[in-house]
Design a protein around this ligand. Structure first.
Ligand code: ATP
Ligand code: MG
Length: 433
């Protein structure tokens, strides 16, 4: 359709062909209106029954809602039309008629629950405010990629079918790989570290991760998208700087380039985080949580932070913050411990007041200490030979982190459920579409 014009570009005086979906047909007797919707917006098409060809009027007014049509005709200024212009059709072509009954109302007049929406995601995404979430998601990923490129980071893609897990055996999805057991990757962690030692030095990846999370929660998916970053010759403090920079770049890009989308989602005061994010040690964090009095039971050193604990601290801090210096025993084997205090790790989390967004840290790059870490975590270093042996051939000191994209979008837009930020979520109940 070479000569197709977007509805938003149709100007009074133009003779155009527009194409899209039938949003609504309103028959007022002598005249009738068909509202045609495309990606750019909507346009009103006016049918004057007495003055127009009978077949044309018939076609225009009998077509079912959400059918795909094209209309060719004159554009005129019309103050009473919602967009200030309307079309007088010379011809109407029905390209594909929709069923009269729809499982979901894309005009949004009839509410649908999340499950019905996800079952009919195609129709659901015809709603501008749902599209807005994914336009913002795309802008976030663009901004993040640009930011990484501006600091000399190379985008990589690593395997998603792997021989071993990294983040705990219970969350692995096993698959059969030519008769042998394999797994869906839980994280690009080990691969990105290998690339830090490759001469690429500084890498990032945007890709899927798979976790057999047992429970359905509003912030866990079984397939999520992760933004991973890893760099040679930086420490955990510098990795936090990059992490903070990435987050601010994402917010600023959305504030600047997604004003229409933010409007649709009802934001008149979208705030971009500024100032340095506070960096609390784990010890300070649990003291502050205990001091809020929000928890039934006081936390003690070594406890992981529950959802309630994260909430209590988030309310107290009131913005993004880091938790640093985690106890070594609750951080993974690949995180480095402090030289003078092996019970404390150089791991960190970036927190949004509502939940964890990022985990990262300085990595253990010394072969001996790394293998020891495997054993302490009850993992068999032999199984990870492809990874550990590269630490014998010149592995630089390095640090990095990983974001969940959907959590970033969810917290940025205040979405209640992480599934809102995924086109086709995978969870305990949902394997299709
Ligand atoms: P949580 O404790 O919140 O379940 P985690 O500590 O297990 O997360 P990490 O292994 O640290 O997760 O992964 C890094 C980031 O990836 C997390 O901070 C989060 O943003 C995201 N992430 C991890 N698991 C999931 C999941 N199942 N669904 C969506 N995002 C996830
Ligand atoms: Mg984590």
């Amino acid at each position: 359709m070479d000569e197709r014009t977007y509805t938003a570009d149709a100007e009074p005086g133009d003779h155009v062909t527009v194409a899209g979906w039938v949003h609504e047909v309103r028959d007022l007797g002598g005249i009738a209106f068909l509202i045609l919707r495309d990606k750019s917006g909507k346009i009103q098409v006016k049918f004057e029954k007495d003055e127009m060809d009978e077949d044309l009027v018939e076609t225009g007014l009998n077509v079912h809602r959400e059918s795909v049509i094209s209309v060719t005709g004159e554009v005129e200024a019309e103050d009473r039309a919602p967009t200030g212009v309307e079309m007088l059709p010379g011809s109407v072509e029905v390209l594909n008629e929709a069923d009269a009954e729809l499982p979901l109302d894309p005009s949004g007049k009839v509410d649908a629950d999340l499950s019905t929406r996800l079952d009919n995601r195609t129709l659901d995404l015809r709603k501008k405010e749902v599209q807005a979430i994914f336009e913002i998601r795309a802008e976030v990923l663009r901004a993040v990629r640009d930011y990484f490129r501006s600091i000399g980071s190379t985008e990589i893609n690593t395997p998603k079918i792997v021989a071993t897990g990294t983040e705990g055996g219970t969350e692995l999805f096993p698959i059969t790989y030519f008769g042998e057991e394999a797994f869906m990757n839980q994280s690009p962690q080990l691969f990105k570290q290998l690339m830090v030692g490759s001469g690429l030095e500084r890498v990032f990846e945007v890709g899927p991760i798979f976790r057999a999370e047992e429970h359905n929660t509003p912030r866990h998916l079984n397939e999520a998208t992760m933004i991973d970053f890893e760099s040679a010759f930086i420490d955990h403090e510098e990795a936090m700087d990059v992490c903070e920079g990435t987050l601010k770049a994402a917010y600023e890009a959305v504030a600047e380039n997604c004003t229409e989308e933010l409007d649709l989602l009802g934001y008149d005061d979208f705030e971009t985080p500024d100032g340095d994010f506070p960096r609390l040690t784990y010890e300070e964090a649990i003291e502050r949580i205990n001091a809020t009095g929000e928890l039934d039971e006081q936390l003690v050193y070594g406890d992981d932070l529950s959802t309630e604990a994260e909430r209590a601290l988030g309310d107290d801090v009131g913005g993004h913050y880091f938790i640093t210096d985690w106890p070594s025993e609750i951080k993974p084997f690949y995180i480095q411990d402090y030289e003078d205090d092996p019970t404390t790790s150089k791991g960190f989390d970036l927190m949004h007041p509502r939940m964890e967004l990022v985990s990262g840290g300085q990595r253990e790059h010394r072969y001996g200490a790394l293998v020891e870490g495997f054993e302490q975590q009850g993992l068999d270093p032999e199984q990870f030979d492809y990874y550990t042996k590269m630490f014998k051939y010149g592995m630089p000191p390095h640090a990095g982190w990983a974001y969940g994209v959907e959590r970033l979008i969810m917290t940025m837009l205040g979405l209640e459920n992480i599934r809102e930020a995924v086109l086709f979520p995978r969870d305990r109940q949902r394997l299709s579409p």
